[in-house]
Design a protein around this ligand. Structure first.
Ligand code: MTE
Length: 519
């Protein structure tokens, strides 16, 4: 279960339980906020009465070794405070996790649920099993009966419409599309930035991600371009498509529905789809079922789940997830001077990669080669070349093309390679990817550190302890250890037997001219 948060007192309702009814029949956990400013204000007034628990420190202190890593008590209390429609969301969401995800997920945060799969399994297949797809939620998981499902298209569109799932799935109206797409959270590998230098704790407390907030699936649905055409096309100033989800999102004492936007040019090239199927299965509720947006090549945040509304607008959305988050700052910007406007909005995912096995601090016994596995991805193109280094980035070895998985226009490539390793002791291995436009990755985490700790796109590094069995001294020591039943692990445990006999020592000293210099 989730770790106890030391400063978290049990929730106590202040006054009567508020009543914010469900917006639609057949939907559970959906309160529409964006259309009702007075309701938003009422919720903000309620939230203002509470002294919500402060999230525990985990950037300057080590992360707990529990699974879930963090509980999210503050977010649970936000939901409890808003009455019956939302109060069961933490429990309902956790039930979905237990039902829809692999048992051995690393639960980064229990609520809102965020989790990533075990590193090794993630790169064993180029298509990720649905149960192993990472999950990034900002709120609870709404439960929506597909038969009652519809979304609205409105704003700067010629014929605003309500479209049901059945209509969208009617092939006489909309041609279907299936395509292989990688979704990557822009927080992937955030832990490396935290380890170097901590950053903003507002959004981060939810998602101390490792290398697994990425996955690749075959998505089926309809291109958004067809839907917009069905709605009579965009009006002249219709330049951005704003998506809203049914979940409730809390930020700085206010409530919202999850909202983001993409430029309409992205839709025009068929890189935005509305999907109801993933890897041949009905889209599970935890991933946005019955219907979600899938935006190819952009950060996962734009792929809005539990879609309720597409609003065509003239400028990028002012919803907080678009305007206030996923902002990329220059390294001198931080708590002392950051503003929302003083950073750019992260849309296209940069080139990135990771070594998934072995993992940092592993001890590897080998015969001159170490097998590395991992992934490589580029949002604006596709990975053409993957290179690995055993000396921290001095000498690079190209992963042969036949050891990279299929080349898709919108997906990662998994890879494996046995890198030659002569040296022993602690070595720093790293990986970089080159995409089709020759884009590659910054060398060090520090070179691309940013206050919001987004897109850790620098070369991914792991320190491995190399024990090369082809070296005579090492082979001799390993044999002796085997005979004596002594283990190499943990590396830091002192050797139980003498490293050399007195006779061996004296013989060596004689060969070397003794310890002491000649006077
Ligand atoms: N859509 C809604 N409605 N609510 C959310 O919290 N999270 C976004 C995006 N869409 C989110 C959402 C983020 S940040 C990511 S990375 C992806 O969903 C993750 O999709 P997944 O959970 O299906 O892997």
């Amino acid at each position: 279960m989730a770790p106890a948060e030391p400063n978290a007192k049990p929730f106590q309702l202040i006054g009567d339980a508020p009543v914010f009814p469900e917006e639609r029949e057949g939907w559970r956990g959906y309160i529409e906020w964006e259309k009702y400013p007075e309701k938003k204000k009422q919720a903000a007034d309620i939230l203002a009465k509470y002294d919500f628990p402060v999230p525990p420190e985990f950037q300057l202190e080590p992360l707990p070794k529990t699974n879930p890593l963090l509980e999210g008590v503050r977010w649970k209390h936000y939901h409890y405070a808003l009455g019956d429609t939302l109060k069961d969301m933490p429990d309902i969401s956790w039930e979905h996790v237990l039902k829809e995800k692999s048992e051995d997920m690393l639960h980064v945060l229990q609520f809102p649920y965020n989790g990533e799969p075990p590193r090794k399994r993630l790169v064993e297949t180029e298509i990720t099993d649905n149960k192993d797809l990472f999950v990034r939620n900002h709120g609870g998981i709404p439960e929506i009966d597909p038969a009652s499902y519809y979304f609205e298209v409105e704003g700067l569109v010629n014929n605003p419409k309500k479209i049901t799932l059945a209509e969208l799935q009617d092939e006489s109206i909309f041609p279907r599309m299936s395509t292989t797409v990688t979704l990557q959270c822009s927080g992937t590998r955030r832990l490396e930035q935290i380890h170097d230098y901590p950053g903003d704790g507002d959004e981060l407390i939810n998602a101390p991600w490792g290398e697994g907030a990425i996955g690749t699936s075959r998505w089926t649905g309809v291109s958004l371009k067809k839907v917009i055409k069905y709605c009579g096309g965009l009006k002249d100033n219709g330049k951005h498509l704003e998506f809203f989800g049914a979940d409730t999102y809390f930020k700085k004492g206010q409530v919202y529905n999850y909202g983001v936007s993409v430029p309409s040019r992205k839709m025009k090239v068929n890189e935005v789809m509305l999907a109801w199927e993933v890897n041949g299965e009905t889209l599970p509720p935890i991933h946005g079922g019955p219907l979600r947006v899938v935006v190819m090549g952009y950060i996962g945040a734009r792929s809005c789940k539990w879609l309720t509304r597409i609003n065509v607008i003239s400028d990028p959305s002012l919803a907080p997830v678009q305007m206030k988050e996923y902002i990329y700052y220059t390294p001198q910007v931080g708590k002392h001077n950051a503003t929302y406007s003083n950073g750019f909005s992260i849309q296209t995912m940069p080139v990135a990669s990771a070594i998934m096995t072995p993992v940092d601090k592993d001890v590897i016994m080998h015969d001159g080669k170490i097998k590395l596995t991992g992934w490589a991805y580029s949002g604006s193109g596709w990975p053409e070349r993957v290179e690995v280094s055993a000396d921290g980035g001095g000498v690079w070895y190209q992963v042969p093309y036949d050891q990279l998985s299929t080349k898709y226009l919108h997906a990662w490539r998994t890879w494996e390679y046995e890198i030659p390793v002569d040296a022993e002791g602690w070595l720093e291995f790293c990986v970089r990817c080159w995409d089709d436009a020759l884009n590659t990755q910054p060398t060090f985490v520090r070179s691309a550190w940013n206050w919001d700790l987004h897109v850790t796109s620098s070369c991914h590094r792991v320190k491995l302890y190399s024990v090369n069995r082809t070296k005579p001294m090492t082979a001799k020591r390993l044999k002796l250890m085997e005979e004596k039943g002594v283990s190499m692990l943990p590396l830091t445990r002192p050797m139980e037997f003498d490293l050399e006999t007195e006779e061996e020592y004296l013989e060596e000293m004689k060969k070397r001219g003794g310890r002491d210099p000649i006077e």
